[in-house]
Design a protein around this ligand. Structure first.
Ligand code: DAH
Length: 340
């Protein structure tokens, strides 16, 4: 067979090759030991001596050309196989939601956000309190002088510089009055600290939410109105409140405000200890000394203040019966709030 014909027939056959196996057959047929190219080389002895060199070169050139094209075709098959494999592989869809816990807000945060939203909608400014306070703001400013027995109930952590980790959000009252003057409507949630023995209902770190309203002609009925409104919104139903007499150095008169039990509607249940009422928040009319310390004239202005213990409020809302859970990593209890 002439070289030209070998070349032609090779390319024709190459077109029909469908896979690596067939390609190998083709390789053997052309460049194998007894392949057509090898045969063509053997023919060299029959060629005119003067043309042998040129003939030999042509055969080798064709051999290299065929080998190169066999190699290229093989690569083509390999690439196709890889593409096919990739196309058949299961793709990972990164946008599919994973069946994984994504975390949730802390029960205290949930309650705090709810209450803040409600008071803000009633026109109250929301303020941040300090966690480290001066002894004056925490005690004297709110009418608790050095030797007052009320200090015993609020033993706390003292810093070397004489400041304290605040024992009550009431510690923010003086700053707020000095900042805004009268009239004012503000709430200030915050973390408080007391030197407590820990048990299911006592923690050394807990949250309160303090509120103050100061204006002309403020009376306890304003307090009742705002508390009733806030509670009814939190629990999504009309709530009743009642006042019992109490004592706090910073209010006169002082009260304990109870809410009708939101769980049994007042019939009596485990949460309200069968009484139908839940002790919710101490409150009262701001003591004239406290107003005066805040630079407000008690002859002209009056106000109410309350100190909602919202660690307790959160426990009640989410039926958590051990206060220590709130500062723990117990996810089972801490994330149940999100579920409800
Ligand atoms: N600060 C008080 C406490 O921690 C709670 C309190 C009582 C706050 C009466 C008030 C109030 O604003 O009027 O025990």
């Amino acid at each position: 067979m002439k070289l030209e014909e070998i070349k032609k027939s090779y390319y024709k056959e190459l077109e029909g090759v469908a896979n690596d196996g067939e390609l190998n057959d083709l390789r053997i047929k052309y460049t194998g030991k007894s392949g057509l190219i090898t045969d063509a080389l053997k023919l060299i002895k029959d060629i005119e001596p003067s043309e042998r060199k040129a003939y030999g070169e042509s055969v080798n050139k064709l051999k290299v050309e065929i080998e190169d094209s066999l190699g290229a075709k093989h690569e083509e098959f390999v690439n196709k196989a890889i593409e096919a494999e990739v196309a058949g592989t299961k793709r990972v869809d990164l946008t599919v939601p994973l069946a994984m816990r994504t975390g949730s807000l802390h029960p205290i945060t949930i309650v705090q956000k709810r209450i803040i939203d409600i008071f803000a909608s009633m026109g109250f400014t929301v303020e941040d309190g300090n966690e480290v306070e001066t002894e004056y703001n925490n005690f004297e400013a709110v009418n608790v002088p050095k030797d007052h027995p009320a200090r015993d109930m609020q033993d706390t952590f003292w810093l070397d510089n004489g400041e304290v980790l605040k024992t009550q959000t009431s510690a923010g009252q003086n700053r707020i009055m000095r900042k805004y003057g009268a009239p004012l409507k503000a709430i200030f949630p915050g973390r408080c600290f007391r030197n407590e023995e820990l048990d299911a209902s006592h923690e050394n770190t807990f949250f309160q939410l303090e509120g103050m309203m100061i204006d002309k002609n403020i009376s306890i009925s304003n307090l009742i109105y705002f508390m009733k409104n806030m509670l009814s919104q939190v629990f999504g139903k009309e709530m009743n409140v009642r006042l019992r007499p109490g004592f706090f150095p910073f209010t006169e008169p002082s009260f304990e405000l109870d809410a009708s039990c939101p769980f049994c509607g007042g019939k009596g249940c485990k949460t309200c200890k069968q009484s139908g009422w839940i002790e919710l928040c101490p409150c009262g009319m701001i003591h004239p000394n406290v107003l005066r310390n805040g630079g407000i004239d008690p002859e002209e202005y009056q106000g109410f203040a309350f100190g909602l213990g919202f660690t307790r409020f959160a426990m009640m809302t989410f039926e958590i019966d051990d206060i220590r859970v709130l500062n723990s990593g117990k996810l089972k209890e801490l994330t149940q709030a999100e579920i409800k």
